[in-house]
Design a protein around this ligand. Structure first.
Ligand SMILES: NC(=O)c1ccc[n+]([C@@H]2O[C@H](COP(=O)([O-])OP(=O)(O)OC[C@H]3O[C@@H](n4cnc5c(N)ncnc54)[C@H](O)[C@@H]3O)[C@@H](O)[C@H]2O)c1
Ligand SMILES: O=C(O)[C@H](O)COP(=O)(O)O
Length: 592
């Protein structure tokens, strides 16, 4: 195919604006339909019916009020898993604390309607993140509002364990006066090992220093200077557990931390060590802990969290006289619960409105100002993906896609994750029943064996706009519109944003200029007078409004590609008549 040439533009009506689609979902009220049955039109939720938010555990009043301003709120506590699965198909968002298991079945039962899971707290080990991501469901948490409450509870357990407060209180209430039995141990000068030096761990460390303790910490990912700043030394795991008089656990429950305190590690501890756990029950092998207490290795344990919550009534661990227990109260202060409720309500409402959440757990975080700037480019990216895949003969063969961004911005000043996700959405949705958004785009591409590579072209000049152009190329495929194959052999479409509107500027090697709205007809023809009129009158006869027309040609009277934007879908008969115009060599109709 010859190189590109000049392009003539004929603007016929003014285009309307498009809306960013990073978390677009299927329309409300269609949850009972299968994915395949559902229309391929996506809407931004806030523009349509009021969403429904299910709150499955007690949430602070201030948060509930925020939710109610925006959505129908269903507060249904203590649901069985079956009840949750039944309700979820009618909900757009779910808000939980640690007591609700949001497993794969929940996402499957939602049939695609659930867009956001909000965890009103830190730990997300009760949410199946992989399943959420696969279903394109965003998970957000409230990571900061209960930090101080958890740290204070850790210190409360530490001090009350050291002075036998719980046992002594029970004894006095039972009418006894056992002053010799409840002699405690002092904290000052003792070594506390903080395992997990994150938000809660560092606050515990700070407070323990105030009690005169020597504080060390183990955290493979914590920066040493943050620890030094509060006078804490970061040490190895073995050093921490073998030198400590008190061990306080503050790491998340992950595959790596599951049962990290086990027989082997209890054996390394100092005899008489005391353990505090306000993290997650699963980080301790509870049977091993009972054995370690019975063997005198562990003198006492103070536990707020358990592998199974609530623990069985006859739990040896809970019943042990050297163990004090609280029912997962770390985050339960009035202040923390109000804070958590507001934090999660804002995150969930924001996500439902299509804003990117700062506390997203399973999606890349794109700051709001970047999102605003990228909005028209997001629409462009999705449309280029849709066009490119529809130009492929038998779209299923699409495996290798190259995206080229031309920009005057420095490489680290352009976040392309959102654009890549939207190109992926555009590439996959027209040829499948899969729904793609920012959350599941990379996963879905990988699952379908779609390899997307990205390249940057750095342009000279002032970087007023984030991007000059975006080019999408699909390699190793045939096209149903041969002119869409560029000189280098790929199906190629290129576009840019003009006055906030996405435009198609190149097809194959032909330059065109057509605003990307409605649908598009591409025709290759021998350039000659009267072509625009002929096509325009066929469409006009059936009242199809032409929004844009542009002709890109190699040279006068040689081959040209005409791009025609149409507001309505032309009938098959009209398309056939366009194809029958003698100068038309090939044509294709593409839905945007
Ligand atoms: N009991 C409660 O009510 C309550 C309240 C709040 C938080 N929590 C729990 O406390 C834990 C900490 O919460 P946070 O807000 O401080 O989280 P955080 O993410 O700020 O801190 C966790 C820290 O653990 C570290 N870590 C990860 N793997 C580790 C490992 N193998 N060994 C040592 N450190 C490791 C991380 O680097 C991080 O610094 C979480 O499990 C959370 O669910 C419980
Ligand atoms: O991870 C957390 O935030 C805490 O464990 C609090 O859990 P809760 O919200 O169930 O009290």
């Amino acid at each position: 195919m010859a190189a590109s040439a000049s392009s003539a533009i004929l603007k016929l009506s003014s285009p309307s604006t498009t809306t960013a689609t990073w978390l677009r979902h299927r329309p409300l009220g269609l949850s009972s339909l299968s994915l395949r049955d559902q229309p391929r039109r996506f809407i931004v939720l806030s523009m349509d019916a009021k969403p429904t938010i299910l709150v499955s555990e007690k949430l602070g009043e201030a948060g509930l009020n925020l939710l109610k301003e925006f959505a129908n709120v269903d507060c249904s506590y203590n649901l069985s898993s079956e009840e949750l699965c039944t309700k979820i198909s009618l909900c757009d968002a779910l808000i939980v604390r640690s007591g609700t298991k949001v497993n794969r079945e929940v996402f499957e039962s939602s049939a695609g309607r659930l867009k956001v899971v909000g965890r009103a707290g830190v730990g997300i080990d009760n949410v199946d993140l992989a399943a959420a991501t696969e279903h394109g469901c965003l998970v957000v948490n409230a990571p900061t509002a209960n930090t101080v409450a958890a740290a204070e509870h850790g210190i409360a357990l530490l001090t009350s364990m050291a002075r036998n407060i719980a046992q002594a209180d029970a004894s006095v209430k039972a009418g006894k006066w056992e002053r010799n039995k409840y002699v405690g141990v002092s904290l000052v000068g003792k070594t506390l090992a903080v395992m997990g030096f994150g938000k809660v761990g560092s606050e515990v460390a700070r407070r323990a220093k105030g009690l005169g303790m020597h504080v060390i910490a183990h955290d493979p990912y914590a920066p040493a200077d943050r620890a030094h700043a509060i006078g804490v030394e970061l040490v190895s795991f073995d050093m921490a557990i073998s030198t400590a008089d008190f061990i306080s656990l503050h790491m998340p429950l992950t595959a790596a931390t599951s049962k990290i305190l086990n027989d082997e590690n209890f054996a390394k501890m100092k005899k008489g060590v005391r353990i505090i756990n306000v993290a997650r029950g699963g980080v301790i092998d509870e049977e091993a802990l009972v054995k370690a207490i019975d063997a005198g290795i562990v003198a006492q344990a103070a536990l707020d969290v358990f592998t199974v919550e609530p623990p069985p009534k006859d739990s040896k661990l809970v019943q042990h006289e050297n163990v004090i227990a609280t029912p997962h109260l770390g985050a339960s202060t009035m202040e923390a619960q109000e804070g958590v409720a507001i934090e999660i309500a804002e995150a969930v409402v924001g996500a439902l409105k299509g804003e990117l959440a700062a506390t997203a757990v399973n999606a890349p975080m794109v700051p709001a100002q970047v999102l605003t700037e990228l909005k028209p480019y997001v629409a462009l990216a999705e449309k280029l993906g849709r066009l490119a895949v529809q130009l492929v003969a038998g779209g299923d063969g699409v495996k290798t896609v190259k995206v080229t961004y031309a920009s005057a911005r420095a490489p680290d000043d352009l976040d392309t994750r959102l654009l890549r996700a939207m190109i992926t959405k555009g590439l996959i949705e027209p040829i499948s029943s899969v729904f793609v958004n920012l959350v599941n785009a990379d996963f879905t591409a990988k699952q379908r064996g779609l390899r997307i590579t990205e390249e940057r072209i750095i342009l000279d000049g002032s970087p007023e706009n984030p991007l000059e152009s975006v080019k999408v190329q699909i390699a190793n495929v045939e096209s149903k519109f041969a002119s869409a194959i560029s000189d280098s052999g790929e199906v190629t479409v290129e576009g840019r944003v003009k006055d906030g509107i996405p435009h198609l500027t190149k097809v194959g090697s032909f330059e065109v200029d057509v605003s990307l709205e409605g649908s598009l007809i591409l025709c290759r023809q021998v350039d000659q007078p009267g072509m625009i009129g002929k096509v325009g009158s066929i469409l006009g006869e059936e009242n199809v409004n032409v929004s844009f027309m542009s002709v890109g040609r190699i040279a006068p009277r040689k081959q040209a590609v005409m791009a025609i934007g149409v507001d309505e879908e032309p009938s098959k008969q009209s398309l056939k008549r366009i194809g029958e115009i003698s100068a038309v060599e090939e044509f294709v109709y593409l839905k945007l």
